[in-house]
Ligand binder design. Sequence first.
Ligand code: R5P
Length: 296
Amino acid sequence: MKSILVALPGNEILTEKLSTHLKAKIAEVTIRQFPDGETYVRILSDVRDKCVVLVATLHQPDEKLLPLYFLSQTAKSLGAKCTCLVAPYLAYMRQDKVFKPGEGVTSDYFGKLISGFADSLITVDPHLHRRSSLSEVYNIPSKVVHAANAISRWVKENVENPVLVGPDSESEQWVSEVATAAGAPFMVLEKTRHGDRDVEVSVPQVEEFKEHTPVLVDDIISTARTMIETVGHLKNAGMKAPVCIGVHAVFAGSAYQDLINAGAEVVTCNTIPHESNKIDLSSILAARVLATMNHV
Ligand code: R5P
């Protein structure tokens, strides 16, 4: 099916790249606020009989939901066959259980909301911890793009004698994959989170890796406390200055600067636009969009 891309604000660079890979047009749209703060959207391009690919990475998601919803509904009212949400970063996935009495499982509520207006979803390495697949959270067809190969390639080309380090057991899945593809050893640490910004990480014996460059890999860098804590331990253990690689550059507040100040080189994938984006995933995302379009 023919597709046309829509860039939600802040997603213009990735949308341009996708448009080049897919040889698909970018729709002309207006998205703005009315003086009273309500959202105005208008689609000026012809979307009839096409699949409208909404490109919207979902960090700081709350303000993005309504424009997305309005665009999806408007596209359908203008005759679009379907809408596909390309959200390289998917929010709320870490709220996957009731941690304290009185809380809700907001990842599920968020999943229901999105599934209520988009016909399909493509994302990059969603935080699947207590859930084994995205279909447990989203009831629309969804596809996951994995960043591991692109990260391995970057490590191979840019880091001499690396040892991959996963800051917690949740990271083992991608750290082991990245390490295997990069032909490097890896270790996984133990993390205990006491609060939003209070993280404790234990580092095992690192003697055998003293001549290696530690490469920390995690899916999300948010407050960066996990990375900073790990960097501190590795430094104390006498290891070389590490490279910290995150798939998703969430970086809350001063987290990015804090991590640099801790003595790390910071590299991320371009799932959230950020100055640390050095690993481009647009071609694998485009391939996924193409495969999805061929099935609708
Ligand atoms: C959690 O399990 C994730 O994989 C990351 O380790 C975590 O989200 C990082 O968060 P922060 O940067 O706030 O320590």
